[in-house]
Design a protein around this ligand. Sequence first.
Ligand SMILES: C/C(=C\CNc1ncnc2c1ncn2[C@@H]1O[C@H](COP(=O)(O)O)[C@@H](O)[C@H]1O)CO
Length: 200
Amino acid sequence: MKNRVPHRRPLSVCVFAGARTGSSRHASAAAEELGSLLGSRGHRLIYGGGGSGLMGTLAWSAHHAGAEVVAVMPTFLYEIERGIAAPPQTLRLTTTMTERKARMIEAADAFVALPGGFGTLDEVFEVLCLTYLEQHTKPLVLLDVEDAWRGLHTLVDEICRHGYADRDRCGLHMVARPAEAIATIEAEAVGHDVSEEAMC
Ligand SMILES: C/C(=C\CNc1ncnc2c1ncn2[C@@H]1O[C@H](COP(=O)(O)O)[C@@H](O)[C@H]1O)CO
């Protein structure tokens, strides 16, 4: 299996995912496989912190596969979730959700979105807007488990069809499997050193 060896260029991969597990066991399986691939390829996981839902499944799996895990979390969520077991991780506390998003985006080389709810959607749109406005060139990959992202894809197509945006500036990738998400970011992302100061 070609993805079982470390990638020559370790990346900081920011993964957005539901704070709930949701109703699809395929989504949980995808979160687990993605975490495992991140670890076995030598990548670092940046995520929203905690041990709940798909986020927790992903982070535990990444940790078990040897990935460094960095959690970026507003203090209020940390207080709410501290009772839910999360894997060992470097914790970066922020004051607000907005600050959290900015730090995650700054620190990442690439983004992957698993299925999720409004929080995940908000993060995806933030990255998409910044891509569109040419504020970064970091790839964003939607992991489309059981058509979870089809609605978003259709919405983007409609927005472009009505002339409110140009499709070729959106930079969205949509794939069906975790291995394809890893292959896409490894092909598209440019790694950069993240200093402690830049992370915080
Ligand atoms: C307040 C409660 C649960 C919410 N807990 C969260 N913990 C960590 N990160 C979160 C949480 N809620 C939103 N986020 C961020 O948005 C994404 C998940 O949100 P979604 O609405 O579930 O899609 C995720 O990527 C996080 O960065 C009460 O228990």
